[in-house]
Design a protein around this ligand. Structure first.
Ligand SMILES: *Cc1c(COP(=O)(O)O)cnc(C)c1O
Length: 388
């Protein structure tokens, strides 16, 4: 993909109007509510005739700056920031469906998204059909008259399977479906679903967007038409992000490009290196030529991302041994941090799935997920070698 970083520049310089102090960095408006010049201006703001800040469940200047930056990065028109990534995913679905509606989702969505689609939304009469991310010819068979949304994630967690965004966009247009993408793994720096017709993008800002493991956060970014419904839903159900978290995240976004360049360079290096280790039977990384969708990865992503997964010959036993031998890298279920993190999905993040369901989404007992941090690769290798 072309190296055009104008959107990143915009995200660095984007700022809400400053106070009379002309502060340079983003001020933190840790206040629940705002006042009005007059009763008339208050009435006009409530009526939407004047733009203004009302109440932090609706909007807040610090949060608005984060949203403006994220919109610039994603190439989207409007946004809303939520307390966590899952609050964003829930709002992206609940705001756009009603009883009797049907959703098509690619298999291997995030664990809690799977629970929403299969356990929570069905209680309100909303059903879901899973399709295989790489078998687009079969998707049309899942479409029903009541299908409203197509929901996807690419690359997937932890299988790192890709969905062809151009193909998915065309599929949604053909069948009149709203196109919703969880872009958490790629970040808007590596991949912009809006370029392929996505109506709505969700993020767990907790991951690469903060990238430093400090705060929870979620983002909903979309077209004006879709965000009108989503913002209405969010204002009245209350998942708003804390201004403090927005203040942390708005600065995080200014370094997204340089952090992701470094994460991706180390991840590619480690993926290649892991492939030469005798105890590793398979390495999954979108920018490895051995990835079955390597050509697609090169087409729609700027780089392969910060997650590498690999399979160990001796299964769960070997994975446990590797995790227990770590002296520097962290054993944690999180991802997208300056610190390298290793996880054993089969016994942690995906332990609620049956062995058959795990096999279906490519999670073997010996699979290890590594979120590559910003430490020197030589130090990461040294730590991994202890247990490989
Ligand atoms: C972590 C994650 C989420 C949920 O985000 P939280 O901030 O933990 O609520 C959703 N989607 C993906 C792909 C994730 O990795």
């Amino acid at each position: 993909m072309e190296q055009d970083n104008r959107k990143e520049t915009q995200a660095i310089r984007e700022q809400t109007p400053r106070t009379q102090y002309r502060e340079h960095s983003t001020p933190l408006f840790l206040t629940s509510s705002f006042t009005f010049e007059s009763a008339e201006s208050m009435a006009a703001t409530f009526a939407g005739e004047e733009s203004g800040i009302i109440y932090s469940r609706y909007n807040n200047p610090t949060v608005d700056e984060l949203i403006a930056k994220a919109c610039a990065l994603e190439g989207m028109e409007a946004g809303f920031a939520t307390a966590s990534g899952m609050a964003a995913v829930f709002a992206s679905l609940a705001a756009l469906v009603q009883q009797g509606d049907h959703i098509i989702a690619t298999r291997a969505v995030f664990g809690s998204t799977h629970q929403l689609l299969t356990e929570i939304l069905p209680r309100w009469g909303v059903s879901c059909t899973y399709v295989e991310p790489d078998k687009q010819d079969d998707w049309a068979a899942a479409v029903r008259p009541e299908t409203r949304l197509f929901v996807t994630e690419t690359p997937s967690n932890p299988g790192l399977q890709l969905v062809d965004l151009a193909g998915a966009g065309a599929f949604c247009r053909e069948h009149g479906l709203l196109f919703v993408v969880d872009n958490c793994f790629a970040t808007p720096y590596l991949q912009r679903p809006a370029d392929y017709g996505a109506d709505l993008v969700t993020h767990s800002a907790t991951k690469w967007m903060d990238g430093q493991g400090r705060v929870l956060g979620g983002l909903l970014l979309g077209t004006k038409a879709v965000m009108e419904k989503v913002i209405f839903f969010c204002r009245h159900t209350g998942p708003a992000m804390s201004p403090f978290n927005a203040w942390v995240l708005t600065k995080s976004l200014e370094t997204l490009r340089i952090r992701m360049d470094a994460h991706c360079a180390s991840a590619l290096h480690l993926a290649e290196w892991l492939g030469t280790q005798p105890s590793v039977t398979k390495v999954h990384y979108p920018f490895l030529e051995s990835h079955p969708q390597y050509a697609l990865a090169r087409k729609q992503m700027k780089a392969g991302g910060g997650i590498v997964t690999f399979e160990l010959a001796d299964g769960a036993q070997a994975a446990r041994q590797l995790l227990n031998s770590l002296e520097m890298c962290s054993r944690s279920s999180n991802l997208g941090d300056t610190r390298t993190i290793l996880t054993h999905p089969a016994t942690t993040t995906h332990s609620k799935l049956s062995p058959a369901e795990r096999a279906n989404v490519g999670i073997s007992d010996g699979l290890v997920r590594m979120s590559v941090g910003l430490e020197a690769v030589e130090d990461i290798k040294k730590d991994l070698l202890r247990g490989l």
